[in-house]
Design a protein around this ligand. Structure first.
Ligand code: IVH
Length: 685
């Protein structure tokens, strides 16, 4: 077994190894479960030996709590930006300047060509091999200290493996992989929140979020590409620097190439102009850097740019086209979202005839009008967007666009919450909401009814066979068999619509099978705002039955693990809507399972605090929030995020906020840190 310290060290090394395999090399060697097991093992061991917990431990990535702002910090050396090259001639001119500056005449200069990651730059400071600071670029001289957020990025090592002993600054780019971006936007859509326009914006927004726990969930990634003030005895070439950084465990983008001269560089740029679209992250160019570090020093910098590097920008994936019409799409949560209907145009190999417009505010800001010629843009596999109108080409007499005040699909009045940008239809019987709602209900992570796709849902609604979720459970195979399937993209005249026949019977079987799904699927399938898959799972496991969930008050809802006030309020308002109650009763009558098949949450061991719920607020001087919570749970108590009448006590630390006010208002017992320590020590001894 070994002594605790060597077991801890070994586990930490194993975990870092798997983080590297997963987050840097994209080739995991173990399953997620196996990785989580290692992490839990480490957590347990650290709980037994709290004195051996160091800030470098992989369990300490998400530490610290939400802050109000980021302090600014000075960079070791200014973070310069790069001069741009847009075509072969620009690249040759850059090479010419380098050769001239180096006095090399016609001799080819070796370069390293790297992909230019489209994210936001970051400066990481390591001292004695440990990550001590992460800062944004800011104005180039001073940036914002975002260390707590940077630490949550698993690609970034908290400790360098055999790294330099002194202080080094490593620079790189933080970005959101496309898959993580798609997942995040899908979740936001499922929860009725506005979407991010592209991975870059999402990454930038995430990095500036004040809550490290949220940042951790977004799955940012990073690549590093520069060492500031490298050691005089260290590598003499950039290629070697990258190799050394990779060996220390830093994430280095693997597609960089050594180029013997500018011809190789040009070939690299040509290859990657298209190949980059297959990568899982956005790139906007190639960075070309002189390989020889001494030569770099001789070349020096201008006020803004280094003379030894340039950025080749890929030809913009933009085009001009006509904005024919602005239409409105109605989503599952009733959100009325405008989109652009465009004169079809070819961009980066595909024809675009529609583009998202996000929301009415964004549209008004850009002042897009029907009839405008607009610039549209496509970034990788991201949905195309309208960048701006070309004002010089605006037709006379055009008028600003305003969002209709009534729902596009059912004509009900639209409403907008004060803090939101989205206009919503609140009519639960709105046909567009029903259509999207049914698609969601049947989707794989919800009730998983295979075959019940868009076209079938449309026909069921049109033929008035289905007016709510419960009607699905009364469909007969004959009814479905007579519906038709439209071929998706008819390639020839022979591709005619055909009768659903056997497929229809299969759908009825699938619907029948879904009756016995676990409650968590049903809770998710109902499409309650802010209730994604994970939250639905928690609610089902905690409340056990649909009835208990529907009867839960906002306070009781918040007693469930990780359920906060927003989800609680949303579930409550869903439960209070009579139409929803009726549909759920109909579902139960049709034999749909409404009880949890999952094990209940492990009962909290009985102890002196059993049955009592505590709330922590403010900063405690002698322990972290996690330690305080663990102490309460060890004694059988529970910790909740919000104060209610049922709260047994509120532990008040420094700079306590609104929870303290609420506790005072409700007359809940307040415990100072000293009281609290006395309570837990008294009870524990
Ligand atoms: S080197 C002194 N290499 O592009 C130059 N930059 O337009 C240091 N970027 O601020 C930058 N990928 O945020 C370098 N492989 C790469 C890069 C890269 C993305 C960003 C970086 C920089 C910006 C300049």
């Amino acid at each position: 077994m070994g002594d605790p310290l060597s077991r801890l060290t070994k586990l930490r090394e194993q975990i870092r190894h798997h983080e590297e395999q997963y987050y840097i090399h994209n080739s995991p060697e173990v399953s997620d479960e196996a990785f989580d097991r290692l992490l839990h093992q480490l957590e347990r061991l650290e709980a037994e030996h709290p004195d051996l917990v160091t800030p470098d431990s992989p369990t300490q990535r998400v530490a610290g709590r939400p802050t109000d702002s980021f302090p600014t910090v000075a960079h070791l050396a200014p973070m310069l930006s790069l001069d741009n090259a847009y075509d072969e001639a620009d690249l040759r001119a850059f090479d010419e300047r380098v050769r001239k500056g180096a006095g090399l005449g016609d001799t080819a200069v070796p370069y390293v060509a790297e992909l230019k990651i489209d994210g936001l730059s970051i400066a990481l400071t390591y001292e004695g091999g440990s990550l001590v600071r992460g800062a944004t670029r800011g104005d180039g001289r001073r940036g914002e200290d975002v260390t707590a957020n940077v630490r949550t990025i698993r690609a970034i090592p908290l400790v360098l493996r055999n790294g330099p002993a002194g202080r080094v600054e490593v620079r790189g780019e933080v970005f959101l992989p496309r898959a993580a971006f798609a997942r995040m936007n899908a979740e936001r859509e499922a929860e009725g929140e506005p979407l991010f326009a592209n991975p870059r914006n999402a990454a930038a927004g995430t990095m500036r979020n004040l809550d490290p726990a949220l940042v951790a969930r977004r799955r940012l990634a990073a690549f590093t590409y520069q060492l500031v003030m490298p050691d005089a005895d260290g590598p003499q070439r950039h290629g070697e620097t990258l190799a050394a950084m990779a060996a220390w465990g830093l994430p280095v983008e693997p597609h960089h190439e050594h180029c013997a001269g500018i011809d190789d560089v040009i070939a690299f740029c040509r290859t990657w102009a298209d190949t980059r679209l297959q990568l899982d992250f956005d790139t906007d160019g190639v960075v070309i850097k002189v390989d020889d570090l001494r030569l770099r020093e001789r070349l020096g910098t201008t006020a803004k740019f280094p003379r030894w590097a340039t950025a080749f920008k890929f030809p913009a994936q933009q085009a001009h086209t006509k904005l024919l019409r602005i239409d409105v799409n109605v989503g599952r949560t009733g959100a009325n979202t405008p989109y652009a209907v465009l004169e079809p145009v070819l961009v980066a190999g595909s024809t675009i005839s529609m583009a998202t417009l996000h929301n009415a505010e964004d549209l008004a800001r850009k002042d897009l009008r029907e009839g405008d010629t607009v610039v549209i843009e496509k970034a990788g596999d991201v949905i195309p967007r309208v960048v701006a109108p070309v004002l010089a080409l605006r037709p006379a007499g055009s008028v600003p666009w305003t969002i209709p005040t009534t729902c596009r699909a059912c004509g009900s009045d639209l409403h907008r919450d004060e803090e939101e940008v989205v206009w919503r239809c609140e009519n639960t019987a709105c046909p567009a909401r029903l259509r999207r709602g049914l698609e969601h209900f049947a989707s794989r992570s919800a009730m998983n009814i295979e075959g019940l796709g868009e076209s079938l849902v449309d026909q069921l609604i049109e033929k008035r066979l289905v007016a709510d979720f419960a009607d699905l459970y009364h469909l007969r195979a004959e009814e479905l068999g007579s519906l038709v399937v439209m071929p998706r993209a008819p390639r020839s005249d022979r591709a005619l619509p055909r009768k659903l026949g056997k497929v229809g019977r299969n759908v009825v079987e699938q619907i029948d099978r879904s009756r016995s799904n676990d409650l968590s699927r049903l809770v998710y399938a109902l499409g309650i705002r802010h209730v994604g898959e994970k939250v639905a799972g928690t609610l089902a496991r905690y409340f056990r039955t649909m009835d208990a969930l529907l009867d839960a008050t906002v306070d009781t809802l918040q007693q469930a693990p990780e359920i906060g006030p927003i989800v609680a309020a949303s579930v409550r308002s869903f439960a209070e809507e009579p139409h929803n109650r009726t549909v759920i009763r109909k579902l139960a009558d049709a034999g749909v399972n409404t009880v949890s098949l999952q094990p209940a949450f492990a009962a909290v061991p009985a102890g002196p605090l059993t049955g009592k719920t505590f709330v922590l607020t403010g900063t405690l001087a002698t322990m972290t929030r996690e330690e305080a919570a663990a102490a309460i749970e060890r004694l059988g108590g529970r910790v909740s995020g919000s104060v209610s009448r049922k709260t047994a006590g509120v532990v008040v630390g420094e700079e306590a906020g609104s929870k303290l006010d609420k506790a005072r208002a409700l007359g809940i017992q307040l415990l100072s840190e000293e009281d609290f320590r006395a309570l837990i020590l008294g009870e524990e001894s």
